[in-house]
Design a binder for this molecule. Structure first.
Ligand code: AKG
Ligand code: FE2
Length: 127
């Protein structure tokens, strides 16, 4: 498994010109099973072009690993404002969301932006 965290910079991955943005909204009961993202073109997947994920709202437990087995997956928290990049050799890692933690969003999102409870995730990709 290739998983680089805080020390990695976006410049280590090939640049993308995103032409797709997928928006997922999770209620506090929301989950997403372990899967690989491989709907993009074969050539861009082969190049390992990254996708870029931005989390907004409540914190999610995000899992990733080499297989679809959630017991073996590594779990990290993705908080509001976190950016996750899966690219290069990590591009086809299995990943998913095991749960969303109720009432963990920054209070200003609710108070000033009127955002509803739960989590929004945006992923930017290049087909
Ligand atoms: O919500 C997330 O952090 C992951 C979303 C995801 O894996 C997807 O949209 O394919
Ligand atoms: Fe995904």
């Amino acid at each position: 498994m290739i998983a680089q965290t805080a020390n990695s910079t976006a410049s280590e991955f090939s640049q993308i010109n995103p032409d797709i943005c997928i928006v997922n909204y999770y209620t506090n009961f929301g989950k997403l099973g372990l899967h690989q993202d491989k709907d993009e073109s074969e050539s861009n997947l082969t190049k390992g072009l990254p996708f870029i994920s931005i989390s907004i709202g409540d914190t999610a437990e995000f899992m990733f690993g080499d297989t679809r087995d959630k017991d073996q997956a590594t779990k990290i928290n993705l908080e509001s404002g976190d950016v996750l990049i899966l690219g290069g050799e990590s591009r086809l890692l299995f990943h998913g969301v095991s749960h969303v933690e109720t009432n963990t969003a920054p209070s200003w999102l609710k108070e000033e932006m009127g955002i509803r409870p739960g989590r929004i995730n945006l992923t930017f990709r290049q087909y």
